[in-house]
Design a binder for this molecule. Structure first.
Ligand code: NDP
Length: 283
């Protein structure tokens, strides 16, 4: 599988797993845990969660799913902007660790920029690295201006990742942000790469392209094409949420697909790439 490498040299597969909304429904819980297990058993390492998701329910479910498997996971969580003062970052991280049943995060992100000065948040992240509570830190929903600001702040450890909305539904990051992050050695984590399972997966162009591809599971699906399209970019780590082992296996099989020049041209003709800078969209 394609990989991405963080500034501290850690390399992980470019397909990870999202967990937003996991833990919200008792009837889906067992499948969600099985889905995370299926992903880890197949070699996925990145599991993405946040203190915000279900007010901690996602972190609790992830904690349950990774019990006894912590070493196999590259665990990512996020601090809310309202908790992102220097001291608040520490409090929030310790609460996340408790819910996750672990004593460290591999990566901790500022969920989006709020009113706390970034210097404070980054100093808080540096404190957590020094205390071995996190391996590295990053941001989320930061556009090029925000990334410039992050890089202008003196920190002991570098920004490792920027998690942004990137899918065929929202191609804005392609204009300059992806290249900028790549050149700075910052991994882009693409969130909602399947358009949250909505209209995108019914786009006729995805069905047409899917009809030309197969995977080890059989004929390709529109979702697999949408994911293969995000994963075609170097330095991009996609974190689709799969609520069942079936979807997890399908997402894994999408990594077998290489889109051709003709596929990409047909997709561009149906869903145009950005021609000018647009503000970064967020969900
Ligand atoms: P995704 O684009 O990952 O879509 C998830 C939806 O797609 C679910 O309904 C899921 O259904 C469905 N799905 C998954 N796999 C398949 C498949 N193979 N075929 C068909 N449908 C499929 O949306 P998310 O918004 O969940 O984004 C992914 C992750 O990104 C989040 O879970 C979260 O971790 C992160 N995120 C970060 C944000 C940020 O601000 N930093 C904002 C939003 C998301 P089912 O559940 O039934 O499998």
């Amino acid at each position: 599988m394609k990989t991405v490498t963080f500034p501290n040299g850690t390399t992980v597969p470019a397909l990870g797993m999202g967990t937003w909304n996991m833990g919200d429904s008792d009837s889906r819980r067992a499948d969600e845990i099985k889905s995370i297990h299926a992903g880890l058993e197949a070699g996925i390492r990145v599991v993405d969660t946040a203190e915000m998701y279900g007010s901690g329910r996602s972190e609790k479910l992830v904690g349950e799913a990774i019990r006894g498997r912590r070493d196999a996971v590259f665990l990512v969580s996020k601090v809310l902007p309202s908790n992102a003062s220097r001291k608040g970052v520490r409090r929030a991280c310790e609460a996340s660790l408790k819910r996750l049943g672990t004593d460290y995060l591999d990566l901790y992100l500022l969920h989006w920029e709020g009113s706390e000065p970034l210097e404070e948040t980054i100093a808080g992240f540096d404190d957590l690295v020094a205390a071995d509570l996190i391996g590295s830190w990053g941001v989320s929903n930061f556009d090029t201006d925000g990334m410039r600001e992050v890089e202008s702040i003196t920190a002991t450890t570098p920004c490792a990742a920027n998690q942004v909305l990137y899918s065929l539904d929202y191609r804005g990051a392609e204009f300059d942000l992806l290249a900028r992050d790549r050149e700075a050695g910052i991994v882009t984590m693409a969130y909602s790469p399947l358009g949250q399972g909505g209209d995108l997966l019914r786009a006729p162009v995805l069905a047409r392209v899917a009809a030309r591809h197969t995977t080890s599971l059989g004929p390709a699906s529109p979702a697999q094409i949408a994911l293969a399209w995000v994963l075609r970019q170097d330095n991009v780590l996609a974190i689709p949420k799969a609520g069942s082992p079936k979807h997890q296996h399908e997402n894994l099989a999408a990594t077998e697909i290489t889109l051709t020049r003709d596929d990409l041209a047909e997709i561009d003709a149906a869903i145009a790439p950005p021609r000018r800078k647009e503000p970064l969209a967020m969900i």
